[in-house]
Each structure stands twice: as C-alpha cells, then as structure tokens.
Design a protein around this ligand. Sequence first.
Ligand code: SF4
Ligand code: SF4
Length: 115
Amino acid sequence: MFVSPLGILIHPEYGLWHSYRGGLAFAERLDLPSSPRRSSPCTSCAAKPCLTTCPVSAFSAGSYDVPACRSHIATEKGADCLSGGCLARLACPVGAAYRYRPDQADFHMRAFRRG
Ligand code: SF4
Ligand code: SF4
C-alpha cells in the first residue's frame, strides 16, 4: 500500500477502492506468507488526473480542502460528486473494476456531507 497524491492509500491492484474500519493486534508475530514487492502505481502515472479533476480544486499534493469540498457537494453543482462519488477519486485509472457501486458511493457521500 502506498500514499497517493490525494493523501489516501492506493493499492496496486485495488487502487483507491478500499477502506478499513478496524485492526487486529497479536502478542506474537505470525508466520504469514510473504507478498510480492510492488511499487506505487502513482510513480508511473504522469498525468495524475486525480489532482486536476476536482471542480473546486480541493486536492493539491499533500492537502485536501475539506470545507471547499463540503460546500461544493451541498450545492446543485456538486450533485455528480454527491450521487456518484468523488470525481477526483473516480479519475484514477487504477483498480477501476473495484470502484464503489453508485448506491454505495451515494451513501458515503451523504454521510460525509452531514459531517
Ligand atoms: S490518478 Fe495516478 S497519481 Fe492519482 S492516485 Fe491514481 S495512479 Fe496515483
Ligand atoms: S467530492 Fe467532488 S468536490 Fe469533493 S474533493 Fe471530490 S471531486 Fe472535489
């Protein structure tokens, strides 16, 4: 897993389409199979559309303007973000097959808008 320019983690296969709600802690180290070494897909992504797609430029490398985003999705112009999911996130070509379904994106965006 790698940090993307959006600040959220990106997986080489699943892209930006994963999230975590908890973790497990063990007293002893588990003998797990090793995973292949991979590099960040962002390294070879020259266009970086994730940084240029947001209609209110909420993302720049290393920062996310949450108030600007929230204000936008509260307006009619932000309807696409609100019902279909973050356009900047959707612009990423990695893991496109794992994008959230529209109803799932809608659920999360409405929860985010409420704050
Ligand atoms: S669009 Fe490119 S730079 Fe942005 S998160 Fe996806 S792979 Fe990384
Ligand atoms: S949800 Fe829309 S306004 Fe908010 S960061 Fe994503 S693209 Fe920008």
